[in-house]
Design a binder for this molecule. Structure first.
Ligand SMILES: [Zn+2]
Length: 251
């Protein structure tokens, strides 16, 4: 909640390319460094309008060479403080990073916070930051990624959804559904239509799932503020993802 408060109240709307978004970026980077991640860094990229942005990434090394990615986005639409969409996901990533600071999980965990996932004005491009992130990785680095899980809008809304894109495998989403049920949650498994022509992880053959509560109240509105966010929901999703990170992967 502390991270959400800072991002949504102290900073407020954080559209791609804005100075406020850069302040948010520094905040996330410093939080990861404060949690002991010497490898926390920015990966620069260029928006279609020529502005330079940077995604943020840090990795907790695991016992094997395999890696899983936790993804969220820091940017918002121009008129919304984005407490639920998606300061909630960013906050969960920062909290998990802190909890895992001294852990050695079975697989490495890469925390990825993207900077331009909302539709870019004038370009009708969605998910631009995550595409730039994956395109900047070497083929060997992509090969190591065994799964990606998005945390986007996890703090408000009636129904827990675990989604996969309908023309990609459902395996990871089903697995997360099983883990959630073990914790007494009742997530809906949803095969979602693509909302972007190209999906960063899915289109590189990486098993990918999206966790959210929906329908998200006040989505993209000025009212998506911290009063909109329920701490219990964040805690439940955090615990679920923590279970997933620490489990031994199936051979
Ligand atoms: Zn979002």
């Amino acid at each position: 909640m502390r991270h959400i408060r800072f991002l949504s109240e102290e900073l407020g709307p954080r559209p791609a390319g804005s100075d406020v978004l850069e302040q948010g970026c520094d905040y996330v980077l410093e939080a990861l460094q404060a949690a002991g991640y010497d490898n926390a860094r920015k990966i620069r990229y260029e928006l279609p309008n020529g502005k330079i942005l940077a995604n943020i990434t840090a990795t907790r090394a695991g016992r094997s060479d395999e890696e899983i990615v936790l993804a969220a986005h820091l940017d918002t639409v121009p008129n919304s403080p984005g407490a639920n969409d998606d300061a909630s996901g960013v906050a969960a990533i920062l909290e998990l990073a802190e909890i895992l600071a001294d852990a050695e999980p079975p697989r490495s965990v890469r925390f990825a916070v993207f900077k331009s996932e909302e539709t870019l004005e004038d370009y009708d491009v969605h998910g631009f930051g995550s595409l730039q992130f994956i395109e900047a990785l070497e083929p060997e680095a992509i090969e190591k990624i065994r799964a990606a899980c998005w945390l986007d809008k996890i703090g408000a809304g009636p129904t827990l959804k675990v989604m996969h894109i309908e023309d990609t495998p459902a395996g990871l989403a089903k697995h997360l559904q099983t883990l959630a049920r073990r914790r007494g949650m009742q997530p809906k498994l949803i095969a979602a239509k693509r909302w972007s022509e190209e999906m960063a992880f899915e289109d590189r053959g990486i098993p990918t799932a999206w966790i959210e509560y929906g329908p998200a109240p006040q989505l993209h509105q000025p009212e998506d503020d911290i009063a909109n966010v329920e701490q219990e929901k964040l805690a439940a999703i955090g615990a679920l993802v923590h279970d997933w990170i620490l489990e031994e992967p199936a051979p």
